[in-house]
Write a protein that binds this ligand. Structure first.
Ligand code: 2RA
Length: 338
């Protein structure tokens, strides 16, 4: 008996990717519903080789489904996730709304699958921040081996992390520069074409941004509360694919060779680290892939036990939709859905 599933936010970049990946991974669904706000009614979205007509998320009967994958923003999730859970469905939410709630598991299946046992509490499971997901998949085997004390990271995040409108903006600005149109600065309030912007999210007290704070807090909830993170999150003129540069300090010795051997055999990871011209992965090459790629693994002699590395992943897939579907798969395998 298959599951009855709905995707809430099915017209967004991540929602569409969720449907694609549910189909690609043959998720055991008997029914699949694509939900969005009224303005999208009648729109069709793809689910494998089928087209699903968008249904109204506000009038849908959630007692009729077992699982809802949400990617509709924090405000919608704060309003609707509890209602959907109360109707009896399990919610996997991609927004930041529930991530730091002590009664809501925040899960990367390769890192802390055991946290899913807490899902029965609120019947809401939170999907972490995209850059945090890819970083933690790479950090987990290394932390288990040599315990991470501190990591100083810089992220290079593609515009798709800010949604479809931001992707359109990059295209418009880039084209505008070539045809000498004045660059319209709206979504970013600064030019993103041929530029980088050292700010993602809100600027908070002390000068940190909300994106940087998410990476710090979510690392400590998912991996280890004692790990210290210094982060700078940067928006770059790339459509899809996030990069993370990490300088990691360990409590115990670990060589670059030991790290490469561990990363090569760890789940969800692909080591591409050859000491030759193109011996590394770039964001463009990560697009459409499930894996988190690690390159440029090398010793960092500036600290006693240090390693530096480059971590890349498709932020719409492992950074969002794939991780959410993997959470749903793990919930189902644990008998926590339906
Ligand atoms: C971003 N991580 O890249 C945030 C949200 N997806 O904009």
């Amino acid at each position: 008996m298959g599951l009855k599933v709905a995707v809430f936010g099915a017209t967004g970049a991540v929602g569409k990717e969720m449907l694609t990946i549910l189909d690609e991974r043959l998720f055991p669904a008997d029914e699949m519903h694509a939900l969005a706000t009224r303005k999208s009614l009648g729109v069709e979205v793809s689910y494998g080789d089928r087209d699903l007509k968008i249904r109204d998320a506000e009038t849908f009967d959630y007692s009729k489904v077992d699982l809802v994958l949400m990617s509709a923003g924090a405000e919608a999730s704060r309003e609707w996730a509890p209602k959907i859970a109360a109707a009896g469905a399990m919610v996997v939410d991609n927004s930041s709304a529930w991530r730091m709630d002590p009664d809501v598991p925040l899960v990367v299946p390769e890192v802390n699958p055991e946290a899913l046992d807490g899902a029965a509490s609120k019947r809401i499971v939170a999907n972490p921040n995209c850059a945090a997901i890819q970083m933690l998949v790479a950090f987990k085997p290394l932390h288990d081996k040599a315990r991470i004390r501190r990591a100083a990271i810089s992220t290079y995040q593609s515009v798709s992390g800010a949604g479809s409108a931001a992707m359109d903006e990059l295209w418009t600005q880039t084209r505008g520069i070539f045809v000498n149109d004045p660059v319209e600065k709206n979504e970013f309030s600064k030019q993103i074409a041929f530029n980088v912007i050292p700010r993602i999210g809100d600027l908070l007290k002390g000068g940190i941004t909300s994106e940087e704070q998410k990476i710090v807090e979510e690392t400590q909830k998912i991996l280890d509360p004692d790990v210290r993170i210094a982060a700078t999150c940067v928006r770059v003129p790339v459509f899809v694919g996030h990069g993370v540069s990490a300088h990691v300090e360990f409590e115990n010795p670990i060589s670059a060779k030991e790290a490469r051997d561990l990363l090569r055999e760890s789940p969800g990871l692909m080591l591409v680290d050859n000491r030759e011209d193109d011996g590394f992965v770039t964001p463009v090459e990560s697009v459409g892939e499930f894996a988190v790629f690690v390159s440029r693994v090398r010793e960092d002699a500036s600290v006693e036990h240090g390693l530096s590395m480059w971590i890349v992943s498709d932020n719409l897939r492992k950074g969002a939709a794939l991780n959410a579907v993997q959470i749903a798969e793990a919930l189902n395998n644990r008998g926590l859905i339906g």
